[in-house]
Ligand binder design. Structure first.
Ligand code: FAD
Ligand code: NAI
Length: 466
């Protein structure tokens, strides 16, 4: 049997890779993880989930004080913004968490190989000129921003930026145009709107948030508009010109028609992300990508080459940190000879705006496309006592059950605590719950979560408070 440097080598230390490395080491495998960034944690910890949530939190506090909920409750405050301090606090959170992964690597005896990895063959990678061999290799290289032809991102110049640049602006934009009404556009658009920017979202489709349930998308659009975000739906940006502090964008109707110009002080390009495989020399390992640039895998995360596995944003499926993490655990367990499984039908997704937007399972539209007859129950937050007490009544909870057996196949919601409440829905679905199971589960009063119970009761046709 060949002698390898490591049992397992993982390429990339994002939520997929670092979690796979820790679990592999926990299972007794000699493990190394290659990461080219200066810090561990990948996109999520460095320039994704964590810094964006830190700024969402900070900016929400500012807006509340500046006239949001503070005013509703008779509290008068005249906040001033120290943006540098807010950014420093965000960086502190990032530093503490990325440092935490370094600590966990040491604790679990995972070797961090610093540098860029490229395949030499199916069991060998080159890291900074050194050959490293492993019996099993996991590709967890993640994704990066999809470029938009005609709109060149320059994060250093801080005028046309991607999400990484938008997390690091040193002034509040006068007018931020966000290209793409998806998750990044709405989260980071919300951050800068709350801090005082005029925000215009240009979205190619005629609705925001593709992939989410139709009713939730409609409600979200209404709420973001009410909050003061301008929307140019059904439009695409085809060019950008920067002159001093002004960016002039060419915007065209998606369906064709006359182009117009829109001027902005800053532009955020957020039209999606694409898998990172460039520079990996996949061909030397006998691997290729599909027409979306992803590495295809089987249900157990094996690629077409024996001994090479892939997880996270670089493979098909939603580009979400928790999906990558669960795949990281499962792939390590499979490599160790155990049975690692991820139920890809129950991956929650959350947009961390205010209110939050969350869902798990099928949308009503997807269920219909699949020919599944459904029973739907909806409960408005307006009728939820805790939301009413908090003066926090935007949104609703929607439960979608299979009409044949009452099994819950999708839950969608928009409300202030949706990101937390969706975990209960995911757990119920994982356990195969029916809407009746949820309707007869005692929920604490008064909580927002009671709206989930009442939506399930509405599937049964018997909500109490509506
Ligand atoms: P990544 O986190 O991208 O990590 C891959 C790592 O591999 C990188 O550090 C990269 O440097 C390294 N790498 C790549 N190629 C090589 C190579 N050849 N050699 C060495 N190292 C290499 N998801 C959520 O679930 N919740 C959120 O709130 C959320 N917020 C987000 C906000 C923003 C602004 C962005 C951009 C993304 C957000 N995401 C969120 C998505 C989330 O960040 C990704 O789904 C997640 O990071 C994917 O994990 P991963 O391990 O597959 O890849
Ligand atoms: P996205 O796929 O969510 O949204 C991109 C939007 O841009 C779509 O609505 C699309 O129709 C639109 N678009 C595409 N081309 C366009 C064009 N030329 N002009 C105008 N609009 C155009 O992608 P986004 O927001 O960049 O996020 C990337 C990924 O990062 C997401 O898929 C998500 O998985 C992940 N993410 C997750 C977060 C979370 O879980 N809270 C937060 C941020 C990112």
């Amino acid at each position: 049997m060949a002698n390898y440097d490591y049992d397992v080598l993982i390429i990339g230390a994002g939520p997929g890779g670092y979690v796979a490395a820790i679990r592999a080491a926990q299972l007794g495998l000699k493990t190394a993880c290659v990461e080219s960034r200066e810090t561990l944690g990948g996109t999520c910890l460095n320039v994704g989930c964590i810094p964006s949530k830190a700024l969402l939190h900070g900016s929400e506090l500012f807006e509340e004080a500046a006239g949001g909920h503070f005013a509703t409750w008779g509290i008068t405050a005249k906040p001033t913004l120290d943006l540098a301090k807010m950014m420093a606090e965000k960086s502190k959170a990032v530093g503490e968490l990325t440092g935490g992964i370094e600590f966990l690597f040491k604790k679990n005896k995972v070797t961090w190989l610093k540098g860029h990895a490229a395949f030499e063959d199916a069991h060998t990678v080159n890291v900074g000129g050194e050959k490293v061999t492993a019996k099993d290799i996991v590709i967890a290289t993640g994704s990066s921003v999809t470029p938009l032809p005609g709109v060149t991102v320059d994060n250093a110049a801080k005028r046309i930026v991607d999400s990484t640049g938008a997390l690091d602006l040193d002034e509040v934009p006068e007018h931020l145009v966000v290209i793409g009404g998806g998750v990044i556009g709405l989260e980071l658009g919300s951050v800068w709107r709350r801090l005082g920017a005029k925000v215009t979202v240009v979205e190619f489709l005629d609705q925001l948030l593709p992939g989410m349930d139709g009713e939730v998308r409609k409600e979200a659009q209404k709420i973001f508009k009410k909050q003061g975000m301008d929307m140019m739906l059904g439009h695409k940006v085809t060019g950008a010109e920067v002159k001093g502090k002004t960016v002039t964008l060419t915007v065209e109707p998606a369906a064709g028609g006359e182009a117009k110009t829109v001027t902005a002080s800053h532009v955020l390009v957020a039209i999606g992300r694409r898998p990172n495989t460039e520079g990996l020399a996949l061909d030397k390992a006998g691997l290729s990508t599909n027409n979306r640039g992803q590495i295809e895998i089987g249900h157990d995360f094996r690629t077409s080459v024996d001994g090479i596995w892939a997880i996270g944003d670089v493979v098909p499926g939603p580009m979400l940190a928790h999906k990558a993490e669960d795949e990281g655990i499962a792939v390590a367990e499979n490599i160790a000879g155990q049975t690692g499984i991820v139920n890809h039908d129950v991956i929650p997704s959350v947009v961390y705006t205010a209110p939050e937007i969350a869902g798990v399972g099928l949308t009503e539209e997807q269920a219909k496309e699949k020919g599944i007859a459904v029973k739907v129950g909806k409960f408005p937050m307006m009728a939820n006592s805790r939301a009413k007490a908090n003066r926090d009544t935007d949104g609703f909870v929607k439960v979608i059950a299979d009409a044949a057996n009452d099994r819950v196949i999708g839950v969608w919601m928009i409300n202030s605590l949706a990101g937390t409440m969706i975990a209960q829905a995911a757990q119920a679905m994982e356990f195969g719950a029916t809407s009746e199971d949820i309707a007869y589960t005692c929920h604490a009063h008064p909580t927002h979560a009671e709206a989930f119970k009442e939506a399930a009761m509405a599937v049964q046709g018997k909500p109490i408070h509506m």
